[in-house]
Design a protein around this ligand. Structure first.
Ligand SMILES: [Ca+2]
Ligand SMILES: [Ca+2]
Length: 232
């Protein structure tokens, strides 16, 4: 007694439709944006909270605080929790200092950096976003920004897809240089820093192999059934 494989499902689905679904599944997986690094500051430190990357600041340690945060730009269900706050410092010593985040973009392109921010009236009001291809030399990107007085609902977004050197780069880095603070306690809060990108658009070798072997299996099955004329 033989147990026959159940071909009823595949028989009902036209071969071309199955191929189209498999190919579009592979393509849509390849086009998904991925978060490479996320800092939500909810544990009141500079350590990355999702993904991998390092965040450092030249702002005096005494002027780095972690007050209430926001869900603006929060990812993966993160609570508002805490935010990073940088103060002007005594004698506005922190004007010209920075926040730098190093995030490898290996395997990714179309890099986008975003974060929520707000500032007090005497906080930093002229902040320059920069990127680096080698982690050493930083280049201005877009005009300096002045934060709104409240986090609001929309993050600042820096779309870096035109900077092809940032694609697939283990030394990619990003920086915000702060200026314009006019009091020691004037400050900017930052929360939910996200560095994201898209996977290479070509399916990975294993995905491609699975796809090809799946398609050839279906093709053989179809040919065999055509030749034999299945009637079960
Ligand atoms: Ca937070
Ligand atoms: Ca953290």
């Amino acid at each position: 007694m033989f147990i026959k494989p159940d071909y009823r499902l595949t028989r009902r689905l036209p071969f071309n439709l199955i191929c189209a679904v498999l190919i579009s599944l592979a393509a849509s997986q390849a086009a998904l944006a991925d978060e490479l690094a996320v800092w939500n500051f909810n544990d009141s430190d500079l350590n990355v909270d999702h993904g991998s990357g390092t965040l450092t600041s030249t702002v005096n340690a005494v002027n780095i605080l972690f007050p209430a945060g926001t869900t603006n730009n929060a990812r993966q269900g993160d609570a508002a929790g805490q935010a990073l706050s940088l103060q002007g410092g005594t004698g506005n010593a922190n004007n010209g200092r920075n926040l730098t985040f190093n995030v490898s973009t290996l395997g990714f392109s179309n890099i986008v950096v975003s974060f929520a921010t707000q500032g007090t009236s005497t906080g930093f009001n002229s902040n320059q976003f920069q990127y680096s291809l080698d982690g050493i030399t930083f280049v201005d990107f877009a005009a300096p920004y002045a934060p709104a007085t409240a986090f609001g609902a929309l993050p600042l977004v820096f779309t870096l897809s035109s900077i092809v050197g940032l694609n697939n780069n283990p030394n990619a880095a990003f920086r915000i240089v702060f200026n314009g603070a006019t009091s020691s306690t004037g400050n900017n809060r930052i929360d939910n820093i996200v560095v994201e990108g898209t996977n290479a658009t070509i399916p990975e070798p294993t995905t491609a192999l699975l796809l090809i072997s799946g398609l050839s299996g279906l093709y053989k099955l179809r040919r065999r059934r055509k030749h034999k004329g299945t009637n079960e």
